[in-house]
Design a protein around this ligand. Structure first.
Ligand code: SF4
Ligand code: MG
Length: 329
């Protein structure tokens, strides 16, 4: 069967300008040739440190940010070439949940107004139907219809994220792109929101892209996980294989940083050292070579390609594959 979403060679470059006339002197390659597919009902976790391009990837899919190159297919239709009107329609089916619900909820609007806005934008329902839909969604996310008359500041962080989720669900979307939806929440509340999202997925047959900076957060929600580093997807795999046998030294280091409850389960890998290099001036060859404990001689010259080395498990590292590109910038 066809994937629900197919991302092919996605790139987003931001120009670096210098001097008083703002001459373009280079590019920040925020997303650099990223490809992946998602089947209906699946959750793909996308993980990496800040600046790796995971949020830009999420936003480029919906063209909230216009990609520099590449194609996105949703239900077989090319999103990249859609007119404004076609894109507006497609956005009913693809919704986002953001990290900071407080910043994305208008403080001067009550919850009724906030939640019915997507319906109005898409011209769905009359006043009565919209009111019923808001009440229903509030119940579904574990709040109550009487909350509709309240304002964002009257809710806790966890409740606000429930409202953010309810808003994303108003148009009955198929795909939810959740960009660090629990990162701003207390750990105890994180689990509640994650469980809610899992339940909603079952109930409403949703497909998720779940973006996080920590492999621990996405572990129990993801069917597959992709790891990004400086704009590139460096490993992607079924969750089980990724957590049990991470291949890329960067993934291994990220996993070693996740607290493990089982003391017998010790990894022989080192913790990440050094800062993440500037995306404006990434290292040559394998961009991870400046931090890699297993760096080899040619690693700073050849860019490793993402290659499937075991069924369903792809990695971009010279330890596993000879494939490289000479695109050394
Ligand atoms: Fe390390 Fe080389 Fe693999 Fe990059 S390609 S992760 S530097 S071993
Ligand atoms: Mg981000």
């Amino acid at each position: 069967t066809e994937p629900l979403l197919k991302v092919k060679g996605l790139k987003k470059y931001f120009p670096i300008k210098a001097g008083v006339i703002g001459r373009r002197v280079g590019d920040v390659k925020a997303v650099d040739d990223v490809s992946f597919e998602i089947m209906e009902g699946e959750t793909l976790g996308i993980v990496g440190e800040s600046g790796c391009g995971k949020s830009t990837t999420g936003r480029s899919i919906m063209r909230l940010i216009e990609p520099t190159a590449g194609e996105v297919y949703f239900e077989g239709k090319n999103v990249s070439t859609m007119s404004k009107e076609e894109l507006r329609k497609a956005r009913r089916d693809i919704q986002m949940v953001f990290q900071d619900p407080y910043a994305s909820l208008n403080p001067r609007h009550n919850i009724q107004k906030i939640l019915e806005e997507p319906l109005k934008v898409h011209g769905i329902g009359n006043d009565k139907e919209r009111k019923e839909k808001v009440a229903k969604l509030l119940e579904i996310v574990g709040l109550s219809s009487y909350h509709a008359s309240r304002y964002p500041h009257q809710f806790s962080g966890g409740q606000r994220q429930r409202i953010g989720i309810a808003r994303a669900l108003m148009t009955n979307p198929k795909l939810i792109i959740a960009d660090e939806p629990v990162s701003a929440l207390d750990v105890s509340i994180q689990a509640q929101v994650l469980n809610l999202m899992k339940d909603l997925q079952q109930e409403l047959k949703l497909t998720y892209i779940f973006i996080a900076h920590d492999l621990g957060v996405v572990r129990h929600i993801s069917d597959r996980v992709g790891v990004m580093y400086l704009g590139k997807m460096i490993e992607i795999s079924e969750s089980e294989a990724l957590y049990e046998k991470p291949l890329h030294p960067y993934t291994q280091a990220l996993l070693a940083a996740v607290p493990v409850p089982d003391p017998d389960f010790m990894r022989e890998t080192q913790l990440l050292t050094g800062d993440i290099p500037s995306p404006a001036n990434p290292p040559t060859g394998c961009a991870f070579h400046t931090r890699c404990p297993l760096k080899m001689e040619h690693c700073d010259q050849r860019v490793p390609l993402l290659i499937e080395v075991e069924p369903g498990h792809s990695v971009a590292c010279h330890l596993y594959t000879e494939a490289f590109s000479n695109d050394n910038k």
